[in-house]
Design a protein around this ligand. Structure first.
Ligand code: FPP
Length: 247
């Protein structure tokens, strides 16, 4: 039985988040420039997005550029931004054909104008699509998101809009740039690294973590199916005991 056949479509995660890692190492292994790894990473993005939509996943979040990635050499940052713009232009058809809505989270105003323009255009053109939301985390880090939320909460307390004793988890969360997106149930990281790297720290409180040695440019739908089968074989207890879990 293939992994695709093993998937229980009634127990799919609503939201899958992916840390796409290993583009640089993939290129290095082949004696090529790092950007070639990123370029090949776009093929992995396309296959994963299509497979997720076909399966019935409602939200897919991809960590495409972290706050820390701004510390990379200038030429790599520029090449990644160019790649993002060209991929958005090229993949608009994939999104339209598959009824996919594009969303973005992160400090978007820090992105180059050209990037923001393309992003806004594709988000506008796909905003009516309902099958799946593809969320790009760009110039994103969890500490940035939580600090921003704390700053906005403090401002609303200062102006009397909210009272500190009314602040609870749900209210705090509503200040996140990703507040409109449910928490991921499954987080996948490629390339064999077992780290979260400042990604959705609050939101993955109860997520199942799945690590694969595959480098991102080699990741394909078969790998996604394998991760989902693994997820479906786990018992999610949310702090309860096994006997309290009704399957
Ligand atoms: C991590 O690999 C990957 C990135 C920082 C960028 C991810 C970008 C893409 C897959 C292409 C464009 C994306 C979209 C959404 C169209 P790394 O460079 O850290 O690899 P390494 O750890 O092997 O050096």
């Amino acid at each position: 039985m293939s992994n695709r056949e093993k998937i229980n479509e009634k127990k799919l995660p609503v939201h899958i988040a992916i840390i796409m890692d290993g583009n640089g190492r993939w290129a290095k292994q082949k004696g090529m420039a790092r950007i070639i790894g990123h370029q090949n990473g776009v093929d992995a993005v396309r296959d994963t997005v299509e497979a997720s939509a076909e399966l019935g996943i409602k939200f897919l979040t991809l960590y495409a550029f972290s706050t820390e990635n701004w510390n990379r050499p200038r030429y790599e940052i520029d090449a990644l931004m160019e790649l993002l713009v060209s991929a958005l232009k090229k993949e608009l058809k994939t999104m339209t054909d598959n009824n996919i809505r594009l969303l973005a989270v992160g400090d978007l105003k820090s992105l180059p104008d050209k990037c923001n323009r393309e992003l806004n255009e594709v988000m506008e053109l796909t905003k009516q699509n309902t099958r799946m939301s593809l969320v790009l985390a760009l110039s994103y880090s969890s500490r940035w998101e939580i600090t921003e939320a704390a700053r906005k909460v403090s401002e609303d307390v200062r102006t009397g809009k909210i009272s500190p004793d009314k602040l609870d988890e749900n209210m705090f969360r509503s200040y996140f740039s990703s507040s409109h997106i449910p928490d991921p149930e499954l987080l996948i990281r490629t390339s064999g690294e077992h780290r979260i790297s400042n990604f959705l720290l609050w939101q993955i409180a109860y997520a199942e973590l799945y690590f694969t040695p595959k480098l991102w440019p080699d990741f394909r739908r078969e790998d996604l199916y394998e991760a989902i089968v693994d997820y479906q074989n786990r018992e999610r207890r949310f702090g309860k005991v096994s006997e309290q879990i009704i399957s």
